[in-house]
Design a protein around this ligand. Structure first.
Ligand code: DX5
Ligand code: ZN
Length: 222
């Protein structure tokens, strides 16, 4: 496993004060900023796009981790690169030419990741794993913050952890959805390195305490 990273999801931030929210979590010790991009088709919600990512880039030095919940996102990849995205994940269920998409992300200078919905099996991911810098395991059905963690996805995390030990130790495993002080420990034990947390960070007025508590719970017993 790799060191723990906490990535607050701006989906749960106050969109009217995004700059302040980004600064608050940077000051509170966040490792990067998770940006949920939704198209109203792949998921039943709409959020934001490259102009807002570019605006965030101007006000924070935190690396931007953009999670695209978009059907066939290829035509937007360059815009996300130009906006200053560091880590970019696309959904396996949304990309008919996944290998090409992943190569394009890397060619554009970003680090590619692939996200899997809770019901999507590990076997579908395996052929693309050698090309990735990270995998994003969804632990809720994507679309909204504040949902309940689905522990069944941890079997998939264990499969990826076993695969990387053999083939690609540098691969990072990220989890997203329902991460709280009560769920983060079991995810860490299964092999997760990077933890996205929306409501568990932005839902508490003391952002430093929120991030510190998550980090401590990740390290402690499940
Ligand atoms: C859900 C998003 C998540 C969401 C997580 O589709 O991908 O990043 O913001 O929110 P919490 O941590 O509240 O479950
Ligand atoms: Zn996300």
């Amino acid at each position: 496993m790799h060191p723990i990273a906490i990535a607050p999801s701006v989906l749960s931030a106050d969109f009217a004060h995004l700059a302040d929210e980004a600064r608050a979590v940077a000051d509170a010790g966040a490792d990067f900023l998770h940006v949920d991009v939704m198209d109203g088709r792949f998921v039943p919600n709409l959020t934001l796009g490259p102009p807002v990512v570019a605006a965030l880039k101007r006000v924070t030095s935190l690396p931007l981790d953009c999670h695209l919940m978009i059907v066939e996102p290829d035509h937007l990849l360059a815009d996300f690169a130009n906006a200053g995205t560091r880590w970019l994940s696309v959904h396996i269920e949304a990309c008919p030419h996944l290998h090409r998409t992943v190569q394009r992300i890397r060619d554009l200078g970003m680090s590619p990741g692939v996200a899997l919905n809770p019901h999507t099996a590990f076997a579908t991911l395996e052929p693309i794993l050698p090309e990735l810098d990270f995998v994003l395991i969804m632990s809720v059905n994507p679309g909204f913050g504040g949902q309940t963690f689905l522990p069944a996805v941890l079997d998939k995390v264990r499969s990826i952890e076993a695969w990387r030990r053999q083939h690609r130790p540098e691969l990072r495993i990220q989890i997203d959805g329902g991460i709280t002080v009560d769920t983060i420990g079991q995810a860490r034990q299964a092999g997760v390195d990077w933890f996205v947390a929306g409501s568990a960070v932005f839902g508490r007025p003391d952002r430093r305490a929120a991030i510190d508590d998550l980090r401590a719970a990740a390290q402690g017993p499940a």
